[in-house]
Design a protein around this ligand. Structure first.
Ligand code: GDP
Length: 473
């Protein structure tokens, strides 16, 4: 762009990015620096990468693909601790095994499939919304339907609400499994009332959320629940084309002594075959063998089928996209490009926030607002929290909450600096400050609050907002 490196570095520094002359930055940052010098830049993406990105983009939207055929739904079980998620996952799996398919000890690979009325349903085997959010954080939406387990003797609890927020943020339909109806203390009507109060309106109250009463322990209502899942799946018209190169998502990965990197992929589109060359996030490999949820060797994996794959060069991360490609050269190119992108993004995210920049934001308006620096462990939680805060803003005209900065990872010194500069409080969701941040916060008297339950966080912010309200005269 005909500008001296010194000027480029200065411009980066003004944005809080302490780059050396050899640093890679992401495209967005590069573009904004160039703009400073009156130059508009266009991103050049190699053609194989463009094509691969596009295939990934369209994988879940195969309505227009004439080769698309119905595929099984992928279900995640969520709910408050001890409400019976694990028990339900076991009950579903065992019902199916009892139904008789020969062979195989069930083994944990992160997901399993059952057959109901000749149709398959895939369950993610990690209960709770952590896995769900971690995957969404990487842009990988795998879940079609969320089953919300609510204990009939305990009702709607903090993590129940949280699961609801996550499902809503992801726009995934809910089915409520009202569990433990075998207990004398079970009170289904009260729980349905509570659900309605938090906006999950049961069908019998005129809403659109099916509620199925079950006992995971006594195996009651399990078939009804499975049938309901199929019914909800039918409404979604889930389809995928099995006759093309596979695209999937990694749901678990580890190094196995003897077998090397082992990853469980959930195929979303196409069919994965043994000997296919695949790119997985920033690594790649040739599929040496595949194992299904019964520990059986398989040669093919079709849409919605989870399989353990062997043959990757390195261990990918949960949420990484798997993509079968033409040859090893393409795989290597794509993997290198992804690794490069990740490095550049990681670097530009560690920016140091300059106080002057933050002060500039302060002068903008006169609205009374509570300023918040928001840090969370995963992107999914961030989104859910921001969504809820945005709703708070809609509800109140005179007071607003303004998220000065939102990011994932531990609370850092630069978060504290930003909070000081913008007169904000820091809110940590499932994250803590590092040592430097703690010192800085103590010295500056910055308020840091920690939460592990979204609704408590929101409640506190609400009260803080009402504290900001001018007294009525
Ligand atoms: P999770 O934390 O949601 O995975 O809950 P678990 O599946 O571990 O269940 C928590 C406790 O509730 C365990 O002691 C289960 O045996 C019990 N439990 C689960 N389902 C039922 C049920 O339908 N009826 C009764 N009475 N107990 C249940």
């Amino acid at each position: 762009i005909g500008v001296s490196p010194i000027d480029v570095i200065k411009t980066l520094m003004a944005r809080g990015i302490m780059a050396s002359i050899n640093q890679q930055v992401d495209f967005e940052t590069a573009a904004s620096v160039a703009e400073e010098f009156g130059i508009e830049v266009e991103e050049h993406v190699p053609e194989v990468v463009q094509q691969a990105d596009q295939d990934i983009e369209t994988r879940r939207d195969e309505g227009d693909d004439p080769g698309a055929v119905p595929r099984p739904p992928v279900v995640t079980i969520m709910g408050h601790v001890d409400h019976g998620k694990t028990k339900l996952l076991d009950a579903i799996r065992q019902t199916n095994v009892a139904a008789g398919e020969a062979g195989g000890i069930t083994q944990h690979i992160g997901a399993y499939q059952v057959e109901v009325q000749g149709r398959k349903i895939t369950f993610l085997d990690t209960p709770g919304h952590e896995a769900f959010t971690a995957m969404r954080a990487r842009g990988a939406q795998v879940t079609d339907i969320a089953v919300l387990v609510v204990a009939a003797d305990d009702g709607v609890m903090p993590q129940t609400r949280e699961a609801i927020s996550h499902a809503r943020a992801a726009d995934v339909p809910l089915i409520v499994a009202l569990n433990k109806i075998d207990l004398p203390a079970a009170n289904p009507d009260r729980v349905k009332q509570q659900l309605a109060e938090v906006g999950v309106i049961p069908e019998e109250y005129g809403g659109d959320v099916p509620v199925v009463e079950i006992s995971a322990k006594e195996r009651l209502g399990i078939d009804d629940l499975l049938e309901m899942i199929l019914l909800v799946a039918d409404l979604q018209e889930l389809k995928a084309n099995p006759n093309k190169p596979a695209i999937g998502v990694i749901i678990e990965a580890k190094v196995d002594r003897g077998r090397g990197p082992v990853a469980t992929a959930l195929i979303q589109s196409g069919t994965l075959k043994v000997r296919d060359v695949v790119v997985v996030g920033a690594t790649w490999g040739r599929v040496r063998a595949m194992v299904d949820d019964r520990g059986r060797r398989v040669r093919r994996a079709e849409p919605a089928m989870p399989v353990e794959i062997l043959g990757l060069l390195d261990v990918p991360e949960a949420g990484d996209i798997l993509q079968a490609v033409e040859d090893e050269k393409t795989a290597r190119t794509l993997a290198e490009e992804r690794a490069r992108q990740r490095r550049a993004e990681a670097f530009t995210e560690t920016r140091v926030v300059k106080l002057d920049d933050a002060f500039a934001q302060l002068e903008e308006g006169e609205t009374r607002e509570l300023r918040v620096v928001l840090k969370a462990d995963v992107q999914g939680s961030l989104e859910a929290i921001q969504g809820t805060l945005a709703k708070l803003n809609e509800e109140s005209e005179s007071v607003g909450v303004s998220v000065v900065h939102a990011g994932t990872g531990a609370i850092s010194e630069s978060d504290v600096n930003l909070a000081v500069a913008s007169n904000a409080i820091i809110v940590g969701f499932n994250v803590r400050p590092d040592a430097a941040a703690k010192r800085a916060a103590d010295a500056a008297g910055v308020d840091i609050r920690f939460y592990d339950i979204i609704y408590q966080l929101v409640d506190d912010i609400k009260s803080a907002m009402s504290g900001l309200l001018s007294p009525e005269v």
